[in-house]
Design a protein around this ligand. Structure first.
Ligand code: MG
Length: 149
């Protein structure tokens, strides 16, 4: 996977890589919750976020923010990462959504799958790590989509 390259780079090269502002985003389900190497990578990035304003780490995942915060805690992720919920993002845009009997949110496929691309555009995300290729179609050219899995 591409992220292995980042991890194998030396410290000096890493700092060089992040001279330009970098926004790096991760999905949770099937991505961070499945691969420890990605959680380790996120920790490494969050250390850079700590020492330079050129790195910003994001979570972009489906569930409501409240649930994502809980899941990040359970996965032992660092606290200072920006969490973007797709459900909350779509609700703010007044997209029609409904809940099933288990409390999961649903909308039309034509609304759901382009959502992460719209978020990447809005937040100027440079790299998105995600296990679901269906988001890729609407990802802007300025974002590298790293398919995980
Ligand atoms: Mg996923």
């Amino acid at each position: 996977m591409k992220m292995v390259m980042f991890i194998h780079l030396g410290i000096h090269q890493q700092v060089y890589c992040f001279r330009r502002k970098m926004n790096i985003a991760f999905d949770i389900h099937g991505t961070l919750d499945k691969y420890k190497i990605l959680r380790d990578f996120l920790w490494l990035l969050s250390r850079f976020q700590h020492i330079t304003s050129n790195v910003r780490v994001y979570i972009i995942s489906g569930a409501p923010e409240e649930q994502l915060i809980k899941e990040c805690e359970e996965l032992g992720l660092p606290k200072k990462i920006k969490i973007i919920s797709v459900v909350d993002y779509l609700k703010k845009k007044d997209v029609e959504m409904w809940q099933d009997k288990n409390g999961n949110w649903w909308t039309f496929a034509g609304e759901w799958w382009p959502s992460k691309g719209d978020i990447c555009r809005e937040y100027e995300i440079d790299i998105l790590f995600d296990n679901d290729k269906r988001y890729k179609e609407n990802i802007p050219d300025s974002t590298v989509f790293v398919h995980v899995g």
